[in-house]
Design a protein around this ligand. Sequence first.
Ligand code: NDP
Length: 295
Amino acid sequence: HELAPVTVIGLGPMGAGMAETFLAKGHPTTVWNRTASKADPLVSKGATKAVTPADALAASEVIVISQIDYGAMYDSLGPATGALDEKVLVNLSSGTPEELRKASAWAAGHGAVLLTGGIMTPPPGIGRPGAYVFYSGPEQAIDRHSDTLKAIADVSYVGEDPGLAMLYYQAQLFLFWSTLSSYMHSVALLETAGVSAREFLPYAARTVRELAEDGPMAFLKIITDEIEAGHSPGDLNSLTMQAVGAGHVVEASRDAGIDTAYPAALRDLFERAVKAGHAADGLGSVIEALRKPNG
Ligand code: NDP
């Protein structure tokens, strides 16, 4: 039987991948992009090119949006608000939770429902196993359209608050960026002693893996238990010891002639927690300094 028609607005690497996936899985797909020529490769694969945003809205009930930010949505759909009534906008663009909450009210004001989302895959993962999207917004709308949305990625619904999907997304993105930036800092440091990234990789992979697994290095779980318990014991590895160690990474980086900003930020954070009374506590007590930026 006929699959639900879908419109995709925004044809960057992500939006183009989504449109291609909807087409490949058999959804009648309409596309619109500010730079119209980006629709052409999709038209050759069977997509319908909408001439105006209003045409793009008229073509489907479900409108998937993937643009650089939420400002782009207002630029694109602002002149076509008359065509928003009864539409389900599924915006997978980056933004701040506050922007998403405002966008939800804006959509509602024009008779539309907004589902906000953060997509957890780079373009090659779209439509493949393992890709998922954090969604928030009205649960009824997600229930009604999840079969359609599953074409691009698994559906991970996190709640009604329209800002929540983006908070989850940013939490994950921060983990992703900071882990990989730490890796690059470590590589830059080792390089100054003639060690290549390739040589370091197995050790780095071991640390990243062990943090998430069971065992003596299972610090994701250990820290989680400490956060939940509201106490981080430091008898085996005090925060004072770790602040001093982080200071040594700063000095080693300076001596090696590489950037010191990242380890210095860590050292400063640890020292702030030490000064706030956590000298003899463990690493998990750092969350107190994060929760209270002004001490
Ligand atoms: P970009 O973030 O570079 O966004 C490009 C798209 O935004 C193009 O369609 C562009 O139109 C459109 N656009 C930008 N400004 C405007 C505007 N003022 N009015 C109308 N359209 C506008 O591309 P990506 O595909 O990489 O990312 C899309 C979203 O997905 C982003 O929010 C990104 O954070 C998120 N994301 C990206 C991932 C990735 O790996 N690429 C992974 C996960 C999420 P035009 O072609 O006319 O310039």
